[in-house]
Write a protein that binds this ligand. Structure first.
Ligand SMILES: [Zn+2]
Length: 135
């Protein structure tokens, strides 16, 4: 069988575990967004709509727009999680977006939303400088 999972070095059970981890992280991120107060710009609303976050019926659109207010850090984490879920659905989850190599289960387990292998992440962070989301 031509299983796409073989490409990224993950077996079905690992992918399932990571999918569950992503879902859990997304819930936590949404909770964090809910706790944050502030205004969500129209641009943000469109961004999240584009990402399909409201498309699965998990959240009513109006509720979602109210929830995703402020909290840039949480929002960034949420975006990474949603992007990872999309890759999971497309079958290219677990592959480094820069070099195309397998990211590896150990790294994904520690950070399910990782989109780069350790080496490329290191390069990217150096390129970006000391600025980080956390802080
Ligand atoms: Zn890489």
């Amino acid at each position: 069988m031509a299983d796409k999972g073989a490409m990224n070095g993950l077996d079905g059970r690992q992918r399932q575990a990571l999918a569950e981890a992503l879902a859990r992280l997304k819930r936590e991120a949404l909770d964090g967004v809910r706790r944050a107060s502030g205004e969500m710009s129209t641009e943000d609303a469109e961004l999240f709509r584009d990402l399909g976050l409201t498309g699965d019926g998990a959240l009513a659109e109006a509720e979602f727009e109210r929830d995703v207010a402020g909290a840039g850090q949480v929002r960034a984490a949420l975006l990474a999680i949603v992007a990872a879920e999309r890759r999971l659905a497309q079958g290219d989850y677990g592959l480094c977006e820069d070099c195309g190599e397998s990211i590896g289960f150990a790294r994904l387990e520690a950070q399910p939303s990782a989109s780069r292998c350790v080496r490329c992440q290191d390069v990217a962070e150096r390129r970006a400088g000391p600025a980080r989301f956390a802080g």
